[in-house]
Design a protein around this ligand. Structure first.
Ligand code: FMN
Length: 497
């Protein structure tokens, strides 16, 4: 509304969504395409202690900077590589399989159209795959030879698992879940996981531990970016993300099974760590510079995985998804996928006329949600805001939900704040919800409450819509019609060059 009309979301409002056509199968294909586009830099001889984290700080805050692959990292074999800065610029579109000319809101809308009615396609078990090119077991296991960085100077260790996903099985139902949970290297044969309470992997783990049984787990450290994205997107309970990955691609994901756990993982994975969490085995984990932009505290007693096997392709590539202060790529990719999932969740809860949704990058795509509606009845905005704050995609570690009218571009932070400033009367327009789902990572939870497990926070639902019962009399916006705006830009836009 306030910007160059060519950057607005108007073309998508026509319902003209682009078709999904993925140009890659695995991480290597994806990298080859990026290299062809001239979007890839290769750095050799970097240190895992410092250099990789420094490069991330320099590259990842800004949109459109090249991807970087590190090879010959100090102390690691040549060919053992790590990729960073991959979800930015038009690589977002490449990763999700959509044309490069879609802006982020259009991309999210196309992603939403493509995913909303997908039926899962069951993964297919095959005998062999590239991931078994190297099978390492017993005394030969050494997870420290992969180029896992110390991403932030104050991290408690090297993190091999950032752009990873962890595969577990529900001991009662057999449901296979994939979720991205950070993975720290303890030593050659042990890695530690941090899984927040309520996450599906944590529910599985709690069940095993309650029975006194070891929990089998496989950790995929290098996958194609889309599979990683799928595994870190909220899927309903009981849904296997491997089958969602297949649904997105339109064909079953070929999986091999771990020799020790029997768990399935994609046959074209780059590196897979397989092992067991044994009841009672815990160690300090973290601290880790987290997505909220803070150096989260150390977790006192998190379980570790005893590694039974490492499988990897020749010259394996790790997928890195480093956390730094916003804005950065984590927030960018979660914004696109969460906005789509959130819109679907709200619609499925029965809220009509949800025009657009944006999970803002500045809040790590969780803490600041903007919901655009076409108001139909008194209470519509309150209903939409409360559902957004409490549905599956919006419930975890949220903070602020703003509901705006459909004339506001939800993906434009300035427009959303303008609506808050001008259409919300704070005394009547802000609802507070108490005792909501949060996490030990939440900076507003006091150290005492964290220790006591009081991991709650509150939510503000801000109604920034024109008051429903007199909205027709609300002052008119001082902005030209789209046609008049386009005419002004066509005539005078050159003055800005
Ligand atoms: C890069 C990245 C790192 C993440 N790290 C963690 C983590 O350490 N622990 C956690 O509980 N969730 C983490 N998440 C969020 C979960 O992956 C996400 O909530 C996902 O939906 C969990 O899967 P689930 O719904 O199957 O439990 C991370 C997400 C990303 C993208």
């Amino acid at each position: 509304m306030m910007n160059d009309p060519s950057a607005s979301a108007e073309i998508v409002e026509s319902g003209d969504n682009a078709a999904c056509a993925l140009e890659y199968v695995d991480l290597r294909d994806w990298l080859a395409e990026v290299e062809k586009r001239g979007d890839l830099k290769v750095v050799t001889g970097a240190s895992w202690e410092k250099d990789i984290g420094q490069v991330v700080e320099v590259m990842c805050h800004d949109e459109g900077t090249p991807s970087v692959v590190f090879d010959e990292v100090e102390g690691c074999p040549k060919g053992f590589r790590i990729l960073v800065n991959w979800f930015t610029g038009t690589r977002k579109n490449l990763t999700l399989g959509f044309p490069s000319n879609l802006n982020k809101l259009e991309l999210s809308q196309s992603y939403h159209q493509h995913t909303k009615n997908l039926d899962p396609i069951q993964h297919e078990i095959v005998e062999d795959g590239p991931v078994f090119e190297n099978v390492i077991e017993g005394d030969d296991i050494d997870v420290t030879k992969f180029p896992s960085p110390l991403w932030n100077p104050a991290d408690g260790g090297r993190y091999i698992g950032t752009g990873c996903f962890n595969i577990t099985r529900d001991p009662d139902t057999g449901w296979i879940n994939c979720g991205t949970y950070r993975v720290m290297v303890h030593d050659e044969k042990r890695v530690g996981l941090y899984i927040s309470p309520g996450k599906h992997g944590r529910i599985h783990r709690d069940k095993y531990m309650a029975k006194g049984d070891p929990m089998p787990v496989c950790i995929v450290v290098g996958s194609d970016p889309l599979s990683f994205l799928t595994s870190s997107t909220e899927a309903p309970e009981g849904m296997c993300e491997l089958d969602m990955m297949g649904a997105y691609r339109g064909e079953a994901i070929k999986c091999v099974t771990g020799k020790h756990t029997g768990l399935p993982f994609p046959a074209n994975s780059e590196i897979v760590i397989e092992g067991f969490i044994h009841p009672g085995n815990t160690a300090p984990e973290g601290p880790f510079g987290e997505w909220l932009g803070y150096q989260g505290g150390q977790m006192e007693a998190e379980p570790w995985v005893d590694i039974s096997a490492i499988y990897h392709r020749d010259d394996p590539i790790m997928l890195g998804a480093a956390h730094i202060r916003m804005p950065y790529e984590y927030a960018r990719y979660r914004a696109i996928s969460r906005s789509a999932v959130l819109k679907e969740n709200i619609a499925r809860a029965g809220v009509p006329d949800v025009d657009n949704v944006w999970a803002h990058e500045v809040g790590g795509s969780r803490l600041f949600l903007a919901i655009g509606i076409k108001q139909r009845y008194p209470g519509h905005a309150t209903q939409a805001g409360h559902i957004a704050a409490t549905c599956h995609a919006g419930a975890y570690l949220g903070r602020i939900v703003v509901v705006v009218d459909e004339d506001v571009d939800v993906s434009n932070l300035e427009e959303v704040i303008w609506a808050v400033c001008t259409r919300c009367d704070p005394a009547s327009g802000i609802d507070i919800i108490h005792n909501m789902w949060s996490s030990a990572l939440d900076p507003v939870i006091s150290p005492d409450d964290r220790k006591a497990g009081k991991l709650y926070n509150s939510r503000a639902i801000i109604d920034a819509c024109r008051p429903f019962h007199w909205k027709e009399e609300f002052q008119e916006v001082n902005a030209p019609t789209p046609e008049a705006r386009r005419e002004a830009w066509d005539k005078w836009g050159h003055l800005r060059d």
